[in-house]
Design a protein around this ligand. Structure first.
Ligand SMILES: Nc1ncnc2c1ncn2[C@@H]1O[C@H](COP(=O)(O)OP(=O)(O)O)[C@@H](O)[C@H]1O
Ligand SMILES: Cc1ncc(COP(=O)(O)O)c(N)n1
Length: 286
């Protein structure tokens, strides 16, 4: 059942890092929330200097300033769902945890961002314990295969069976629903599934797209799940809708012409909506 109580637009807060190249982090989250008809808000936990090829630097704000941003939002606006991404430092992770315990929005999704697609660290090792505490406060956690390995202490899964086993372990240890993702498998399909301590609850899968536009897919998926969960009231339905949308957004990502110098380009978050609405760039209308 929808938790909107007669309103139409979910109010969704992203707590994440900034990617100035626009494909991941806060920038991806806001576009994904908009693509799912939500009102997006953003508390910035870290500034990164990155592009589609890699991360050049990370600048962390004082933890007290993250708290100030969080309070400025929640003192004024009822947040329907929160998506948490890059946290960067232990101090920031602790500040987000303290706010979450105080405010606890109805839907909490955590993407436990640790290492970027380009292989750069986005969470200092000292912050891993604080991240684990946060996961236990969430409704849904969305680790990719390397993040599952870091959370369980196991080697990186190479089969879907191993992915699900590690996801079950995380679900059991943190009493949380896990979205297990097969994006990093060397397989011809890309399964994603909701996994509880009891096992797989719902699975979707499709053929692996031959695409380089995968920068920010995890950010975009977790924000879509947070937004859709408010509208649909169902995690399996949210997964179906989010992954159908994401596949199309990956497929048309290359046409943006971003990341064509050898990097991983972003997905096209909003193009399908513009096409469906018949919206055309002015330059083409003349
Ligand atoms: N080549 C691909 N084709 C289709 N879907 C993909 C592809 N790569 C990633 N995905 C999808 O993108 C989402 C993010 O997956 P993943 O890459 O595992 O996470 P992350 O972006 O956090 O590393 C998942 O839904 C996954 O199935
Ligand atoms: C600010 C920020 N947050 C998250 C990611 C991870 O995204 P991806 O794993 O797709 O590179 C990123 N690269 N930058």
């Amino acid at each position: 059942m929808s938790a909107l109580h007669g309103r139409k637009v979910p109010r969704v807060l992203s707590i994440a890092g900034s990617d100035p190249s626009g494909g991941a982090g806060i920038q991806a989250d806001l576009k994904s929330i908009a693509a799912h008809c939500g009102y997006g808000m953003a508390v910035i936990t870290a500034l990164t200097a990155q592009n589609t090829q890699g991360v050049r630097g990370v600048h962390a704000p004082p933890a007290e300033f993250v708290t100030q941003q969080l309070d400025a939002v929640s003192d004024d606006i009822a947040v329907d769902a929160v998506k948490i991404g890059m946290l960067g430092t232990a101090g920031v992770a602790d500040a987000v945890g303290a706010w979450l315990r105080r405010v606890r929005p109805p839907v909490v999704v955590i993407d436990p961002v640790m290492i970027s697609t380009s292989g750069d660290r986005l969470l200092e090792p000292a912050a891993e314990a604080a991240l684990r505490d946060l996961i236990s406060l969430a409704d849904l956690v969305t680790p990719n295969i390397p993040e599952l390995a870091a959370l369980t202490g196991a080697a990186e899964a190479v089969t879907w069976t191993e992915v699900v086993a590690q996801a079950r372990q995380v679900a059991h240890e943190h009493d949380v629903l896990v979205l297990a993702k097969g994006g990093h498998l060397m397989a011809s399909d890309t399964p994603d599934a909701l996994v509880s301590a009891a096992g797989e609850e719902a699975r979707v899968s499709g053929p692996r797209l031959v695409a380089t536009s995968t920068h920010g897919t995890g950010c975009s998926l977790s924000s879509a799940m947070a937004t859709l969960r408010v509208t649909t009231g169902s995690w399996p339905e949210s997964l179906r809708r989010a992954t159908t949308w994401l596949r199309a957004a990956i497929a048309r990502g290359e046409s943006l012409g971003v990341g064509s110098r050898g990097g991983h380009g972003p997905v096209d978050h909003l193009g399908m909506l513009w096409d469906a609405a018949g919206v055309k760039p002015y330059a083409l209308e003349a």
